[in-house]
Design a protein around this ligand. Sequence first.
Ligand SMILES: NC(=O)c1ccc[n+]([C@@H]2O[C@H](COP(=O)([O-])OP(=O)(O)OC[C@H]3O[C@@H](n4cnc5c(N)ncnc54)[C@H](OP(=O)(O)O)[C@@H]3O)[C@@H](O)[C@H]2O)c1
Length: 290
Amino acid sequence: MKIILIGSGNVGKEVEKVLAENGIPVELVVRSSGVYSKGSFIDGNENFAKYVDAGSVLFISVPSRGDGSEMLHYYVESLALGARIVTCEKAVLAHHFELVQEFKERIRYSATVGGNSGILPAVSDYRGAITEIKAVINGTLNYVSGALSQKRAEDDIFRDVVSRGFTDQGPRNLREVFQNELKDVAYKTAILANHSGMYEKVFTPEDVQTEAYKENTRCAVVLSKEGIRAGFLSFEDKSWFPSGVNNCICINGEKVAEGPGAGGRATAERMFKDFQGIVRDGAHDVTISR
Ligand SMILES: NC(=O)c1ccc[n+]([C@@H]2O[C@H](COP(=O)([O-])OP(=O)(O)OC[C@H]3O[C@@H](n4cnc5c(N)ncnc54)[C@H](OP(=O)(O)O)[C@@H]3O)[C@@H](O)[C@H]2O)c1
């Protein structure tokens, strides 16, 4: 089996460590600057497919950007060559869920929603008809909306999320954090909705209207037969919300998973669980279950 990492940032580096801890060597690393073997440049990254075959497993942890078109070729070319994929990248999956439907035996993506909290596996494992999903899928906005409901000042919360690394360096204030993170909510909502099997329609992030922040709201997603609600929503009962930056999911009113929603190590550990599932004959940690 040939292990190839596509992207070697916060998550990719942790994937490499988790694999090393389990005695699994990485053969190639693909960066934006090219294909690397044992730290040395060997080819341009436009030629990455030359190194992929049916025995390859790709760990994809490149940035989730726009409509995914920048990274789509990594998926399409590898799957066409018979390779298997474990990914935490969201933009391609959110816009091209047909790849999951077509290649469901060869693609695992449980780290795309909820990091290592097990949100997508909990949906796969749920027995019985799902009529409602309530989930917290963005740890940063869970933290921020929890802090705002405790009447903390916006500037103070902003400094807090930046200094703790809960958001990228880019945003200049809390409003910009909302804008960035709500895009992430839309990606994850589309993936969760498609994965849930609750809808005939295949959703993309453009179908997800995210509600802007209003006082006394919390950031969450609610999926029901009536449709999808996402962003800052009002809830009478807020007792099910996780603390801090955790994520969680309730199915038909019952909490079935909660845990760390992000972080390089947590995400890499979830990807490793997907990897174990994909290499185990006939067993699938995360497949579209319905
Ligand atoms: N961090 C988390 O907690 C978390 C949790 C769940 C999911 N995710 C998802 O995981 C992905 C990676 O997140 P991250 O935090 O690891 O981001 P990151 O630190 O920015 O790493 C992304 C890496 O991808 C490389 N890259 C950029 N363009 C590339 C290209 N065209 N081909 C190959 N490599 C390319 C970048 O390095 P070079 O430009 O130097 O090659 C960079 O090292 C994102 O899609 C994110 O949404 C992250």
